[in-house]
Structure formats: structure tokens, C-alpha cells
Design a protein around this ligand. Structure first.
Ligand code: DGT
Ligand code: CA
Ligand code: ZN
Length: 644
């Protein structure tokens, strides 16, 4: 299911030039640069490939025409040698002697570059000094304290690598939700547009809105006489890096970035994100399984491949209890089917035109895909008490956003205007606080400067009021929770703000402490009267780093006690697809004990505001309804809740 880290040169699937696309060549050059570094090649050679890759990625012209007219070396950043390679790839589909480089580098070294903070240069050093050429050897070396004594490495690197190995094992071949969904939607769209395709729908973890996606599953229905032609058309799509298997009812593909309808926008990132993201190699491709079925089988196949496996098992048991058999082909009498299997057994299936009818036949309410994790949805569906899940249109604003006053890329006014464009009633500004600095550079707003932001916000708010625009800015802060559990900024500053989002950033001390100490200190922060919202509660970065140890249930219980007394203490779902922290598995608990949740984009530019969409999907996955989420309330209601 997962794609492996083994790298190969792309082989052409075209029968006439261009045999290789711009993206294929650019991606290959990225790989070459890494391989050359692993090989200890001259730095200029490495840079040449990196530059060529960038030049190709931004080239607007048709590459085939450029090659045919002998103008490749006119492109800025492409020299004679690499230009020749490009022409060869485009016109012949071959790669000179680059294959030797691919064969020469041990695959284990490539795998090691997938560890965040371990670049190719360091991998090579480890190889040369300690003969480490696999994740396994690296792990043993770390555990035996062999890395710490190497020049330029330390105990810290050793710990980071151990954690990185664990993360790799868990995320190997998985993609973040935003990337997986972008691929999934593009493929779904393209397939839907093929003539005679009746339905095409994304299933699997992508439909269930998991925070990371292993492979894409797509189910399409068409009449049997059209299926072969449809399969051929899919095989001719651009953006297929490789074909893993092709049959009459299933195709397995590896997709590459050319499949995407639009390139993924690189958003401005939080400082702590950018330093915890590994080589982009991990996400360069994604696997997809496409299943082709008859219109009658479609709802059953869709439900089956949506999963989860755990949900399916419970569904199948429910069917058995009613004397029925449920599988990807249909829902039918066990007695009638007898020893028959597959389509043969399903011949006399109950007709279901949609998933809803499958559930209905089992006396159940339809279960939204996000909930299909066997976390109580089967029982709730049988009892008719499934939640009425929150929708993106319910969101009226968000509280955790940055501007150029700290590490954001957009000004206060630009952020406000974009929020207005999204149809929001308010935007909470929460730039970093005074203590936050990176490598000596102050990121947060100093105490004596925060007044300037206040003045600017008041001015804009007055303007909205004067112009009769139903929009307001809330002046908050993403206030650092210091390592001793105290909040940053003097009390009088925190008192002057509309909301204080307490966040842990100096993760070092929190990660080196035990769970109970961390929980105690975080509770201390929450108890501070000025504390309003807990920001990215664990500090985890998906595929980047673990969060710090914390008893989340106990934190949430403390917050619930405050809310019982009418004191607002809310927890954030950080909606950045890199974080999605609070984890959806805790949302239901938070809601049940009465802790309000806010879905915060933690935007660092205007595009970042749209991340609330991912947070909303996670909220749905966590069973949340509109009333459970703070930022579905109106601007007036929030003003009362914040008390200013
Ligand atoms: P992923 O791809 O790792 O992110 O997660 P899924 O949930 O997409 O899992 P995948 O791709 O292995 O399979 C897609 C769905 O197919 C899965 O959610 C449920 C169904 N499925 C796969 N294998 C089994 C199985 O052995 N038993 C049952 N009941 N269902 C299965
Ligand atoms: Ca899957
Ligand atoms: Zn933060």
C-alpha cells in the first residue's frame, strides 16, 4: 500500500515526444541533487541540478518546443551538460548515465534523508565515519551513544534521529491531509469527466478525513460494456509516475504532482514548522487504487472501501445478526448465498441506490464517513442519536492569527480584508508574545510596542462601525506559556487584551519532563485569570515531531470545571494541516464535559485563513456540532464572552 523510499529514474509511458514531462524532469533533478550530495560530489554540481529543477518548475513555455528549437540552454539556470540531459529525456525518454548514480547509492542512505533535520550531507558523514547505511544501523548507533561523540553531532541530534526513525516508521509513505486530498480530488474530477463514467468517488482514509492518508481509494461505476475503454482513458492521464497493476476491475497507480489540478500553494509557515519538516521526498508521490464496478454494486463497494476496517467489521456483524451477508458486492441473505462467493453470491442482493439505503436495511441511520472509526457511531446510529455535524459555513471568524507584527507575512489590514472576503464577522489577532525568539532574533511583540497594535486595531474597528460593516477585530495574543507554567507579558498587558491564547513554544524543557509535571504546569497556566484559549495543545507536527507528554483528559477536565462556573476556557483545534492539534480523538470528550472548542487557522498569511476548512473536518471527525464550537457564535456574543 505505501510507496517505498526506493528511488528510480522515471520510465516513459508515452509513444512519442515529449517522453518526459517538465515535472518529471524537475523531480528527477531534485533526486539527483540529493544522490550527488550522498555521493560526496562537488557542491557546485549539486547546486546546478537544484537550480535546473527550479528553472524547469517555473518555466512557462512548452518544454518540447524549447528543446526542438535548441533553446534549452537559453533558460536561466540551465547549462550545457544538464541541457543535454533535458533534451535527451524529452526526445528519447532516456537519462544518459544517471542510472549509475541511482545504482551506486545504497537505498538505506536515501531512506535516512527522510528523517527531519538529517540532510544528505550528514547522512554521508555518518556513512563515512561509522559505516551507517540503514535506518536500523542508525538506530543501533544512536542507542549505543555512538553519534554523540562525532564532530558536529551531539546528544541532541542523537535524540532527534531516534524520534525521527520512529516517526518515519509510522508515517512511511503517508501524506498530510491537504496533499492527499488535493491529489484525491484532482483524480476524482478527472475520472468523473470521462464519458460513460456514472459515478466516481473518493473513499478510504481520504473520505474519512484522517489527518494523514496512506493511499487513495477511488470507486467508479460504469456499465460493463464501457469499463474497458474507461480504464484505457485513465491509463493515459498525465501525472501517472508508474503503474503498479492493471486488471479489469482494479488499477493501482503511483501519482505525481502533474496530476494536481492546481499546484499546492506554499503558505507562509510558523517558524517552528519550517524547522521540523523533512526532505520533500516523502510527499513527492502518492499511491492510488481505482476500483471499477457496475452501477448496482457501487454503493456497497464505496461503503466497503471507505472503511474503516473497524467500522466495516461492526457493520458486517450487524448484517449477520439479521441473517444477512454484507460485503463490497452487496447485502444479501446468508441462506440463499450458501457456499457461493463474490459476485455470484451477491446475485440476489437487496437493491440499494445509495449508502443511506444500506444503513436503512440494517435499521440504522446513515453515518457520515468522518465518524466511521468504531468510536461509538454504530451505537449512536442504531439509537438515532448521531450528531448534526458542524459545517464550514457555520464558522463566523477565528481567534488565532498572525500579522507582520510578529512572524506573519500579511499586515493587519490585509488579514482583516481577507477575513471580510471570507464572509466572517470577526478576526482575532494573536501575534507572538515578547519572550519568543529564535536564535537570538526576537519574534514576539515587545511589551512596550503592543499598544501600537491596539491603536491600529481600534482605528480599524471604528472604521467598520462608522461604515456600518458587521465586522470587528479582537486584539489578543498568542502568549507563550513559559517553562515554569507562567504566562509571558506583564499582567496589565494581558488584562488589556480581549483574549489570551496560551501556547507552549520552547518545547525543549516540556519534552524532557514527565507527563505529570507537564500537566501540572499547564494547569497552572490555564488557571491564570487572563488565560482564554489553549493553543496547539501538544505542539505536535505531523510527520515532523511528537508533541510533549501530557495528560490531555486531565487538562480538559480542569478546563471543564472553569466553564461550569461560567469562566471561559476553550481549547483550540489548530487547523493547520501540519498540526491538527487538538487531536480529533479528544474532541468528543471535550464536548461531552463542556469545554468549548475553537477552530483556529493559526494563519501566517491571508491564504492561511482558509485552513479553517481542515480544522472543521477534524471537528466533524471529533463529533462536534456547531454549538460545540466557539467561533460559530456571532461577533456580539463573542464580545460578551470575552468581556471586552
Ligand atoms: P490508509 O490508506 O492507510 O490511509 O487507510 P485506509 O482506511 O484508506 O485503508 P486501506 O487503503 O488499506 O483500505 C481502504 C478501506 O478498505 C479500509 O478503510 C477498509 C477496507 N478494507 C481494507 N482491508 C480490509 C479488511 O481486511 N477488512 C475489512 N472489513 N475492510 C477492509
Ligand atoms: Ca487508503
Ligand atoms: Zn504557536
Amino acid at each position: 500500500m505505501a510507496n517505498t523510499m526506493r528511488w528510480t529514474l522515471p520510465s516513459s509511458r508515452s509513444s512519442s515526444p515529449p517522453f518526459m514531462s517538465k515535472t518529471q524532469i524537475a523531480n528527477t533533478f531534485d533526486q539527483i541533487a540529493v544522490l550527488l550530495e550522498l555521493d560526496g560530489a562537488n557542491r557546485f554540481k549539486v547546486i546546478a541540478y537544484q537550480n535546473a529543477s527550479r528553472a524547469l518548475a517555473t518555466l512557462e513555455e512548452d518544454l518540447l518546443i524549447v528543446v526542438k528549437e535548441n533553446r534549452v540552454t537559453d533558460i536561466k539556470g540551465i547549462g550545457k551538460g544538464i541541457g543535454g540531459l533535458i533534451s535527451e529525456a524529452v526526445l528519447n525518454g532516456s537519462w544518459g548515465n544517471l542510472g549509475e548514480l541511482y545504482d551506486k547509492i545504497p537505498p538505506g542512505l536515501i531512506e535516512m534523508t527522510g528523517i527531519p533535520s538529517l540532510g544528505p550531507k550528514r547522512v554521508r558523514l555518518l556513512y563515512e565515519e561509522l559505516n551507517i547505511d540503514s535506518l536500523k544501523k542508525l538506530k543501533i548507533a544512536c542507542e549505543n551513544n555512538k553519534i554523540a561523540s562525532l564532530q558536529g553531532f551531539g546528544v541532541k541530534s542523537q535524540e532527534k534521529y531516534l524520534e525521527g526513525i520512529e516517526l518515519l516508521r509510522r508515517y512511511q509513505g503517508r501524506s498530510r491531509m491537504d496533499i492527499g486530498l488535493a491529489y484525491g480530488r484532482s483524480l476524482e474530477d478527472k475520472i468523473s469527466q470521462i464519458p460513460n463514467v456514472l459515478k466516481a468517488q473518493l473513499a478510504g482514509s481520504a473520505r474519512r478525513m484522517r489527518e494523514t492518508i496512506g493511499d487513495l481509494d477511488i470507486v467508479l461505476s460504469a456499465k460493463i460494456e464501457h469499463q474497458e475503454k474507461i480504464i484505457n482513458q485513465i491509463m493515459n492521464f498525465s501525472g501517472i509516475a508508474d503503474v503498479k497493476g492493471q486488471g479489469t476491475s482494479k488499477i493501482s497507480l503511483i501519482l505525481e504532482s502533474e496530476m494536481l489540478a492546481e499546484p499546492i500553494i506554499n503558505k507562509e509557515l510558523d517558524f517552528s514548522l519550517s524547522e521540523n519538516i523533512s526532505e520533500k521526498s516523502i510527499n513527492s508521490t502518492i499511491d492510488a487504487q481505482i476500483r471499477i464496478v457496475s452501477p448496482e454494486a457501487f454503493p456497497f463497494t464505496l461503503a466497503y472501501f471507505t472503511g474503516s476496517k473497524e467500522h466495516n467489521i461492526r457493520m458486517r456483524q450487524r448484517a449477520i445478526d439479521k441473517g444477512l451477508r454484507l460485503n463490497e458486492f452487496g447485502l444479501f441473505s446468508e441462506k440463499e448465498a450458501g457456499d457461493k462467493i463474490g459476485m455470484e453470491a451477491a446475485k440476489n442482493t437487496l437493491i440499494c441506490n445509495s449508502e443511506l439505503e444500506i444503513y436503512k436495511n440494517l435499521d440504522m441511520d446513515w453515518v457520515a464517513p468522518e465518524l466511521r472509526e468504531d468510536m461509538g457511531e454504530i451505537e449512536a446510529s442504531l439509537q438515532g442519536v448521531l450528531p448534526n455535524l458542524i459545517k464550514i459555513d457555520d464558522i463566523k471568524g477565528a481567534f488565532h492569527n498572525h500579522t507582520t507584527s510578529s512572524d506573519g507575512a500579511a499586515t493587519l489590514e490585509e488579514m482583516a480584508n481577507y477575513a471580510l472576503k471570507l464572509g466572517w464577522e470577526y478576526l482575532g489577532i494573536a501575534d507572538h508574545s515578547e519572550s519568543l525568539n529564535i536564535g537570538g532574533r526576537q519574534i514576539g511583540i515587545p511589551s512596550d510596542e503592543i499598544i501600537n497594535q491596539s491603536i491600529e486595531i481600534n482605528k480599524l474597528n471604528k472604521h467598520f462601525l462608522d461604515e456600518n460593516i458587521n465586522f470587528r477585530l479582537f486584539h489578543g495574543s498568542e502568549c507563550d506559556i513559559l517553562s515554569d507554567g507562567k504566562l509571558d507579558y506583564p499582567l496589565e498587558i494581558r488584562n488589556s487584551l480581549s483574549h489570551v491564547i496560551g501556547s507552549v513554544h520552547a518545547l525543549g524543557s516540556w519534552r524532557n519532563r514527565d507527563e505529570s509535571t507537564n500537566t501540572e504546569l499547564l494547569i497552572k497556566a490555564i488557571e491564570d485569570p487572563t488565560f482564554t484559549i489553549l493553543g496547539h495543545p501538544t505542539g505536535r507536527i505531523l510527520q515532523g515531531r511528537e508533541g510533549f507528554p501530557l495528560d490531555m483528559h486531565s487538562i480538559l477536565r480542569t478546563m471543564a470545571e472553569f466553564n461550569e462556573e461560567g469562566i471561559l476556557k476553550a481549547v483550540e483545534i489548530n487547523a493547520s494541516p501540519y498540526r491538527l492539534d487538538l487531536d480529533w480523538k479528544f474532541c468528543k470528550y471535550a464536548k461531552e464535559i463542556g469545554v468549548p472548542i475553537c477552530i483556529n487557522p493559526d494563519a501566517h498569511d491571508t491564504n492561511g485563513l482558509s485552513d479553517v476548512w481542515y480544522g472543521t473536518q477534524i471537528a466533524r471527525k471529533g463529533w462536534l456540532e456547531s454549538k460545540d464550537v466557539l467561533n460559530t457564535k456571532s461577533g456580539d456574543e463573542i464580545e460578551i464572552l470575552f468581556g471586552k
